[in-house]
Design a binder for this molecule. Structure first.
Ligand code: LHQ
Length: 267
């Protein structure tokens, strides 16, 4: 029987999704992209899930698009015209990147090895990125004549500024996890052998927190980037007004005043 390309496991309120094509460094086929998006849809629709972790099996996180997939024109025969690879973005990468960015709960990337091309940008689109010390990030697009996709053109300049973003995207060089942390591209680099446990501990901690407000915080940051200061203040007021009626806010404030631990339940 064929191994599943994506593994899904739940521990308490934490759903862990593992890209599972280790022989190809978990490179994305259209099938894997669809399965990952469907698994995120399922997590989004399941009230028992309060945090999602995405990681990879084997020595890599994800090597980006599988370049041997017939959809990306490997080995064209003379006279054959290439297929439009934009169809892959429309059909698979855009819905996936949008799904991550609109999840109702926080999403953690646990980057266990090399993350290249769309694999790197999938990770960088998550809310918190942890990486093992031997992991690295490569904007591999430059080396095959493409532009950063899966949100990279939007994410990179915002995460590290235009100069560093252009350096990473134009040269496509390997950025080790420690340097990625130093320039603010990711949250934290940890020893390889501690990565899985650190990611799970962080996810468990988050799952006890007010996750609805956390997802709203991500959305506010994304939207505020397009607003001027006054409009961002208005957006804060609208969001705060909605959250002010939430069970989590009422519980959090009451628990503080009653000097007890809060029990958050919203999503
Ligand atoms: C792979 C891949 C791979 C297939 C390693 N595909 N097999 C969107 C839409 C449309 C078109 C195109 O793209 C996109 C978005 C993108 O993601 S573009 C960027 C695509 N990715 C890349 O260009 C990265 C290609 N891979 C590499 O540069 C290296 O493999 C890295 C730096 C990731 C790792 O290098 P090594 O650690 O030296 O491993 P390796 O190169 O020996 O790879 C191990 C195996 O994995 C090998 O297979 P083999 O049968 O020889 O053991 C590779 O062929 C396979 N593999 N990446 N993307």
């Amino acid at each position: 029987m064929q191994e599943p390309q994506l593994l899904s496991q739940q521990n308490g309120a934490v759903r862990t999704l593992t890209l599972n094509r280790p022989a190809a460094l978990n490179a994305f086929t259209s099938g894997l992209l669809a399965e990952l998006r469907e698994a995120l849809d399922a997590a989004a629709g399941d009230a028992s899930v309060r945090c999602v972790v995405i990681t990879g099996a084997g020595r890599a996180f994800c090597a980006g698009q599988d370049l041997s997939d017939p959809m990306v024109n490997p080995d064209l025969k003379p006279g054959e015209s290439p297929k439009d690879i934009g169809a892959l973005l429309d059909g698979f990468y855009i819905p996936l990147a949008q799904r991550v960015r609109s999840m109702p709960v926080p999403v953690i990337a646990a980057v266990n090895g090399v993350a290249a091309g769309a694999g790197a940008n999938l990770a960088l689109g998550c809310d918190l990125v942890l990486a093992g010390n031997s992991a690295s990030f490569i904007q591999a697009f430059a080396k095959i004549g493409l532009v950063p996709d899966c949100g990279g053109s939007w994410l990179l300049p915002r995460l590290v500024g235009r100069a560093k973003a252009l350096q990473l995207a134009l040269l496509g060089e390997k950025l080790p996890a420690a340097e990625a942390q130093a320039i603010g591209l990711i949250c934290k680099a940890v020893p390889d052998e501690e990565l899985a446990a650190s990611a799970q501990a962080l996810a468990q901690k988050i799952s006890q927190m007010p996750v609805r407000a956390m997802a709203q915080t991500r959305m506010a940051f994304d939207e505020a980037g397009l607003l001027d200061f006054d409009d961002a203040l208005r957006l804060e007021a609208v969001t705060q007004s909605q959250l002010g009626f939430s069970a989590d806010y009422l519980e959090g404030a009451a628990a503080f005043l009653q000097k007890r631990a809060p029990k958050f339940s919203d999503r």
